[in-house]
Structures are given as structure tokens and as C-alpha cells.
Ligand binder design. Structure first.
Ligand SMILES: [Zn+2]
Length: 100
């Protein structure tokens, strides 16, 4: 079961992002880690960020060793394909839906 950090707001989330969370949770769980959503439409993001349109979500990475995180990212990218960007930021994993 994916967990939400308190105060995370999902209002207006796109279904595509929900799909991305399902794929991401499978990858986290397979590696023995739980998935925690740290931000969706809430929080502070760059101006014009897809977060504000419900088209991006951030996932916690601090509990996952870096090498394991890399294989999780590869697995998520493979599952989601080209219309999603899966970006490992400094302290979180950013997923966004951006149809090409
Ligand atoms: Zn983000």
C-alpha cells in the first residue's frame, strides 16, 4: 500500500500519475521498500511545474540505498515508457506525465 506523507494533496491528480504510482510501488516493493508520496499538487515547485496540474508526483528516496534506487528507476522507466519522465532529484524521485 503506498503511503502519503501528511499534508500531501492529491486533488486534481491525473489518472496517468495514479498509474505511475502503481508501477512505482511495484518496483519499490520488489526491492523490499515501501513507497511514500512526499508531494503532489502541494508543496513548492518551480513556476509552471507540472505538479500544479496534477501531472507530477514526488516519491521518497532517503530509505533506499543509491544502487537499489538506480535499479528501481530503471524498472519504473521501462514500465512507463516515453510519455513519462522519471527523474532522480537530490532527495526525491520526481515522476511526471508529459505526453510527447
Ligand atoms: Zn517533483
Amino acid at each position: 500500500m503506498p503511503k502519503l506523507k501528511p499534508a500531501v494533496r492529491l486533488t486534481g491528480i491525473r489518472p496517468e500519475i495514479l498509474f505511475a504510482v502503481i508501477a512505482a510501488e511495484r518496483a519499490y516493493n520488489r526491492a523490499g521498500h515501501e513507497l511514500v508520496v512526499t508531494s503532489c499538487v502541494d508543496g513548492k515547485h518551480v513556476r509552471g511545474s507540472l505538479h500544479y496540474q496534477g501531472s507530477a508526483i514526488d516519491l521518497r528516496t532517503r530509505d533506499v540505498p543509491a544502487d537499489v534506487m538506480e535499479s528501481i528507476v530503471a524498472e519504473i522507466r521501462e514500465a512507463l515508457g516515453a510519455d513519462f519522465d522519471v527523474i532522480l532529484e537530490g532527495d526525491h524521485l520526481h515522476l511526471e506525465y508529459h505526453a510527447k
